[in-house]
Write a new protein. Structure first.
Length: 220
């Protein structure tokens, strides 16, 4: 699962034919949240004859000179929102390392046992379901354990969770969440997927517009 990156192209092998000439669908990776991979079809028309849930599929992708295969279920959570849930426990990551680049305000509060002390404002460099990379700016020295309050774009309610410092380089500090309730984690996962999917679709629309513009300029 860690080998999957944003915008990476993967193929999903269907177990049987659903009114198609082939049993292979190509997708682009939107985001990875735990054992679920959010997908965007390369050609949306290819998914019209596919049921909204197909069990026991294989998602394959290239990794260097190797071909990786993950077994799971392909399903459409909502119209246009395709997901692949990996069911092979050997493929589950120990910690989710998928991150998206988001600059958002975050409050870092110094935490000592069960007591939260002074806090300071910073900005995120990237955000994931496992944690965040924070740019503190200036001269700061965060402790090993903190309470993070992440303000998501377009959301009034912040993501609050305790975290620990796992790496630091200059003003950049990487924090991993230590605990997060199910509701908060679902909110964070939903934001990551929707933010990344919107960015991907806007990028594709821009590219298509550029191609059309080039075609209009051709003079034979």
């Amino acid at each position: 699962m860690r080998r999957l990156g944003p915008q990476q192209i993967v193929s999903v092998n269907l177990p049987m034919t659903f009114g198609r000439h082939e049993d292979l669908l190509d997708f682009r990776v939107v985001a990875v949240i735990d054992s679920v991979v959010a997908l965007e079809p390369l050609v949306r028309a290819d998914t019209r004859l596919i049921p909204d849930r197909v069990r026991d599929c294989y998602m394959t992708f290239g990794q260097g000179a190797s071909l990786v295969g993950l077994k799971g279920h392909l399903y459409e959570r909502s119209p246009g929102d395709w997901r692949f849930k990996v069911t092979d426990p050997m493929s589950f990551p120990a910690a989710n390392g998928f991150r998206i680049r988001v600059c958002a305000p975050i409050t870092v509060a110094l935490k000592d046992e069960d007591i939260t002390h002074e806090s300071f404002e910073a900005e995120t460099v990237n955000v994931g379901a496992d944690g965040v990379l924070v740019d503190g700016g200036g001269d700061w020295s965060p402790p090993g354990r903190v309470m993070l309050s992440l303000s998501l774009p377009g959301h009034d309610e912040a993501i609050d969770a305790p975290a620990r410092l796992v790496a630091r380089q200059g003003v950049l500090c990487d924090f991993k969440y230590e605990a997060m309730d199910a509701r908060t984690r679902n909110r964070l996962g939903h934001f990551i997927i929707e933010y990344q999917r919107d960015a991907l679709r806007r990028r594709q629309a821009w590219y298509q517009a550029e191609v059309v513009g080039l075609d209009d300029d051709l003079d034979f």
